[in-house]
Design a protein around this ligand. Sequence first.
Ligand code: RIB
Ligand code: CA
Length: 313
Amino acid sequence: MPLRKIIIDTDPGQDDAVAILLALASPDEIEVLGITAVAGNVPLALTQKNARMVCELAGRPDMRVFAGCDAPLRRKLITAEHVHGKTGLDGPTLPDPTMPLCDGHAVDFLVDTLRTEPAGSVTLCALGPLTNIATALQKAPDIAPRIAQIVLMGGAYFEVGNITPTAEFNIYVDPEAAEQVFACGAPLTVMPLDVTHKALVTAERNAAIRALGTPAGLAVAQMTDFFERFDREKYGSDGAPLHDPCVTAWLIRPDLFAGRHINVEIETASDLTLGMTVADWWRVSGRAPNATFMGDLDADGFFALLTERLGRL
Ligand code: RIB
Ligand code: CA
């Protein structure tokens, strides 16, 4: 498999952290050009700090981490401390980062990198609200055709909403940004709740991660111990859903996933359904497909991959 160059746009978040660790543990498949933090699960001051803490946990204090947008394009920031805790990375006790935050805005890093790297060679992996990416597209429309792919965690169809009855958090926080990203023309692969709710860290799976006996393995086990209580209480889930690691796992093992190439539009007008991903799963709208929308996952294969790769850190 050729090496894939990626930028991870993220709002860590325990599940973001696991996605980042998986990417950094897979240098034969993935070259992380940089990490761009966005406000989402917790405010930007924490997401950029958490991103650096995760890089140091992975033994990568050299990684370039940039701070991006601290609020959605047009709306007030909504955060998710009720899920992720007040730090955004509750669970393990990780040391404050010593690696520096890079100078410059994350949006400029996105634009400059996409303009500098060969066209079609950089994949954007979006794990949070799409504010940074939408802002980059607004600032530099010329980057859209240069993006190889956008692989994002967001949305839902059969699973409907996790922050409102109809909307998933990443899309709901900045629906106008999502609308722009889904319309930008770059090839989209979407990991909605329909598939991420099948990536449950059961007690057995978490025990296998903890049994790695490494700082990263222990930290991930402690993150999911904390992170799972929201979904257990709400859905009766048998463990935490690892939403964002579906994005980086897909880069390594796309065969673990199944979905459909369909039309997906974003609700931005109705207060009742704001942020809903209107996924034409049954292809009844006649609207042109714009996204590969995942619906199924080989969960055992996913966790075997994740555990093996975490064991490399
Ligand atoms: O709805 C789940 C998504 O929202 C995940 O990316 C999680 O980290 C939060 O950002
Ligand atoms: Ca996230």
